[in-house]
Design a protein around this ligand. Structure first.
Ligand code: BG6
Length: 493
């Protein structure tokens, strides 16, 4: 699949139109990110922000009830400037609409200006995407300068994702569609490309048999919070693995792209997704672990179990934890297991990629029976750092070796402000840069691999395993590693 180059509409005035303009994502992420873009002069001079919601608010009520009360607290204190905030608020219009009612789009058409670049940000449930796009088209609001941003998860399985893609594709060319995965907007994730493809030292070693295994962990301490309505239907595999973790896996595993052009990068990620070994029912039973947190203590605070959280249906089987072993069937990665793990209410918040290099074929040093290999730990969150574990001689008379870290603290190396992922990606949308967004075939390939796992779990009739909040998940997740002679990074420190 190729994408025609994005239309050159960035010079036009901008109408940023946010569906779901009164929702969680808007006040937590999108509006604070737009404020930051405005503060740093990254919005086109003649920008307006049209937020859409069902609440019967006037513009003034939207500003006071929503912007001031809900969105403002999510702006970093040190970045807040009252005069800039007032100017930012002046960009806003609130449009009260029922997005399923075609008549209401006339109201939007009245407010939106002609000859502008319209960016439609669909921060709603994906079930609404098709209707919204059809209605926008009927109201004559889509033209060659328009763009649409689709929030994840796009669909709940392959068929629904295809259906949405087809429906959206009737009105927008692929080059106008921005499927967002905010992990691709993280500075650290973008830096992974530089680490891999900008440093010749890693190139020759970045493959089997020099790499023995790869671990990708995205652990969160938060629970489901107020999102049970969404989360319980979704679960960790759809919420995190199908998108964020697979995207990280792609960046670790992809071949060097021929350039940084959107299609060059996305072609390589697609090849990785298509090379993922499909999981059979036996693989699913052996190589995947689902968990659900029970009451415990996280960061010193007693917390409820998932089943006791507000709005979680009795006896819910939604997984809040997943660990699995994946394989990539290609020359570079033959027989190298990729261990993926994510969970809520875990012991600590950490997102990291651990590249475990193979051991020496033979060691001339006494090693007390331990066989160390080198290990590269790329921490994405909460701190951005890269550590290379190497062996050094322990001071003393013998030749004993111990692992020590070559430590690169990127916070110290660069003191510049790091834009938050949504800010960076919104600016990409405004400037028509597609590299860090998913293409249709990529997204569908990710679903094609993930869906059998969901089906396998449903067929097995088993419940997710309980794990105490504040731990690193069910014991079965360690057993999964042990079978491969591996341990999760925190177990080997
Ligand atoms: C979102 C998920 O996509 O990513 C959330 O829907 C999750 O459940 C969040 O908490 C994690 O993002 P981050 O940037 O905090 O790691």
């Amino acid at each position: 699949m190729t994408t025609q180059s994005a239309p050159a509409s960035s010079a036009l005035p901008l109408d940023m139109i946010i569906f779901g303009g009164t929702g969680d994502l808007s006040f937590r992420k999108l509006l604070p990110a737009l404020y930051m873009a405005h503060l740093h002069c990254n919005l086109p001079p003649d920008t307006r922000i049209l937020t859409i919601g069902r609440k019967p608010w006037s513009r003034e009520e939207y500003i006071s009830e929503f912007m001031e009360t809900k969105a403002k607290p999510f702006i970093e204190k040190k970045a807040f400037n009252a005069a800039v905030w007032d100017k930012f608020l002046a960009l806003f219009e609130y449009v009260r609409m029922d997005v399923d009612s075609p008549e209401d789009y006339a109201r939007l058409a009245e407010v939106s200006r002609p000859n502008v670049c319209r960016v439609f940000y669909l921060a709603t449930s994906p079930d609404l995407f098709t209707n919204i796009c059809n209605n926008l088209a009927s109201a004559g609001l889509i033209d060659e300068n328009s763009r649409v941003v689709l929030e994840k998860p796009l669909g709940h399985d392959l068929a629904s994702a295809q259906e949405i893609n087809t429906a959206v594709g009737k009105h927008f060319d692929e080059a106008q569609i921005y499927r967002i995965d905010h992990y691709l907007g993280k500075e650290t994730v973008q830096n992974l490309m530089v680490l891999r493809f900008g440093n010749p030292i890693f190139g020759p070693l970045w493959q089997a048999p020099y790499i023995k295994s790869v671990q990708i962990t995205v652990a969160e301490t938060v629970g489901v919070g107020s999102r049970a309505g969404f989360y319980d239907k979704t679960g960790a595999l759809r919420d995190m693995v199908q998108n964020h973790l697979l995207q990280l896996l792609c960046i670790v595993a992809m071949e060097p792209p021929v350039s940084l052009d959107p299609d060059a990068v996305r072609d390589e990620k697609l090849k990785v997704l298509r090379s993922l070994r499909p999981m059979t029912p036996e693989d699913i039973a052996r190589d995947t672990v689902r968990g659900q947190y029970t009451a415990g203590t996280v960061e010193g605070e007693a917390v409820k179990g998932y089943l006791e959280e507000d709005n979680v249906p009795t006896g819910s089987r939604a997984e809040t934890f997943v660990a699995l072993r994946a394989h990539i069937n290609n020359w570079r990665w033959a027989h190298v297991p990729f261990f993926l793990r994510t969970g809520k209410r875990m012991q600590k918040k950490v997102s990291e990629i651990v590249i475990e290099f193979s051991e020496l074929p033979f060691s001339i040093f006494p090693n007390n029976g331990r066989n160390y290999g080198n290990r590269l730990v790329i921490q994405l969150q909460p701190e951005e750092s890269i550590q290379l574990q190497v062996l050094a001689k322990e001071p003393g008379s013998g030749m004993h070796m111990l692992p020590v870290n070559l430590n690169l603290d990127l916070q110290q190396a660069f003191t510049e402000r790091r834009a938050e992922a949504y800010e960076r990606l919104l600016i990409d949308v405004i400037r028509g840069r597609l590299t860090h967004f998913m293409r249709r075939d990529e997204l569908e390939a990710a679903w094609a691999w993930a869906e059998p796992i969901l089906e396998g779990w449903a067929k097995s009739g088993e419940k997710p395993r309980g794990y105490t909040a504040g731990t690193f998940g069910p014991a079965a997740s360690n057993a999964l590693m042990a079978r491969e002679n591996a341990v999760w990074a925190e177990e080997s420190q």
